[in-house]
Design a protein around this ligand. Structure first.
Ligand SMILES: C[S@@+](CC[C@H](N)C(=O)[O-])C[C@H]1O[C@@H](n2cnc3c(N)ncnc32)[C@H](O)[C@@H]1O
Length: 213
């Protein structure tokens, strides 16, 4: 799948004000067109975004990868926290979302690519990077075609640095069966204040196991 090269951007933190309603409208239209790929009728809540991003060690984050940015619900908040010399690589399978983000967010730290999270290592290499400190995923694992979720989880583990974390928000527990054989340290909690309540999963690539990658 084609990757959209980053523009020669120089600005940091310049997100346009795409209104709340235009973001929700865009998101809903894409859900109607591709329900299995989007997996949710509405974007994530601000409460869920803060709950997940508050657990990141931002000072030591050089490369943050986001799978399934959609209309940028997490993307804008990641950029608010990301150090000035770090990179955010956002990967989405939906070309309309990629075009929307490219038009809405002008930030030299952001690289948006069109493609599957299963190709994350190729995208990291094309961005001139080596390994990710964090990978965040909003992909609906339980509705992906057979084998795709397992491939994404295996590639994600390989793409993380030792000690790096895979952060997942999800309505279903399905992804846990894919993560448990790959990651030594997997936690699963519920964010009740999201509508509907959402699982927040954290899988850490342990340093000892990382030698086998
Ligand atoms: C539930 S939406 C999350 C949107 C947004 N991050 C949020 O929190 O509101 C799922 C996103 O995953 C994307 N997606 C689905 N399968 C994917 C894949 N294999 N690789 C990358 N993105 C994918 C969809 O296009 C969509 O943007």
């Amino acid at each position: 799948m084609a990757s959209i090269p980053s523009k020669n951007k120089t600005r940091v933190g310049a997100a346009k004000s795409g209104s709340f309603f235009s973001q929700w409208g865009m998101f809903f239209r894409q859900f109607v067109k591709h329900p299995g790929m989007i997996g949710s009728v509405i974007p994530s809540s601000a409460t869920l975004v803060a709950r997940i991003l508050d657990q990141v060690d931002w000072r030591n984050t050089r490369l943050f990868v986001e799978y399934g940015p959609g209309v940028g619900t997490f993307t804008r908040s990641i950029l608010d926290r990301l150090p000035a010399d770090s990179t955010l690589l956002a990967i989405d399978l939906n070309l309309d979302f990629v075009a929307y983000l490219e038009a809405e967010i002008d930030d030299s730290r952001l690289r948006v690519v069109h493609g599957s999270a299963a190709d994350v290592r190729r995208f990291i290499k094309e961005a001139g990077q080596h390994q990710a400190d964090y990978i965040l995923s909003g992909i609906p694992f339980s509705t992906l075609p057979d084998g795709v979720g397992a491939a994404i989880c295996a590639e994600t583990r390989a793409a993380l640095r030792p000690g790096g974390a895979f952060l997942i928000y999800q309505y279903s527990r399905y992804v846990l069966r894919l993560l448990n054989p790959l990651f030594g340290d997997v936690s699963d909690t519920l964010e009740w204040r999201n509508i509907p309540p959402c699982r927040v999963i954290r899988a850490v690539k342990q340093a000892a196991l990382a030698q086998a990658a």
